[in-house]
Ligand binder design. Structure first.
Ligand SMILES: [Zn+2]
Length: 129
């Protein structure tokens, strides 16, 4: 029924949406605006929210403000849950000469977390100049 948008099509639609809006207050709102933008081309295309977020950030169209909640998870992570980039580990030396992982941060979108994982719960997108 719905077709999955190609990357090029989605990026054009995202750029058009941000040409009209400087800030978009949630990922759900961004998705509905982009879906609507693509529908105006005639056929009903859709894009998944995570893919939409990755494309928006990867293509430098917007930056993101992230609101978090704390989770109990302490498992190591290597990939940014927000934009998919490789995370940098923040380490500290211990008195015994080893290192301990304090957390992670993303050099690409600014996601950061302590050893106890912070889970993104809300995104605000802001158009890049
Ligand atoms: Zn990131």
């Amino acid at each position: 029924m719905y077709k999955i948008a190609t990357e090029e099509m989605a990026v054009v639609a995202i750029r058009n949406v941000f040409a009209k809006h400087r800030t978009i207050a949630s990922q759900r709102l961004l998705k509905s605006l982009v879906d609507k933008e693509m529908e105006e081309g005639g056929e009903p295309y859709k894009i998944a929210e995570k893919r939409l977020r990755f494309l928006t950030l990867d293509n430098g169209i917007a930056t993101v403000l992230i609101e978090y909640r704390e989770s109990e998870t302490k498992r190591a992570i290597s990939m940014c849950p927000v934009c998919g980039a490789r995370l940098k580990r923040a380490r500290n030396m211990t008195v015994f000469g080893g290192t301990v992982t304090l957390g992670y941060n993303c050099p690409s979108c600014g996601y950061n977390t302590g050893a106890r994982r912070r889970v993104p719960v809300k995104y605000t997108f802001i158009r890049r100049k």
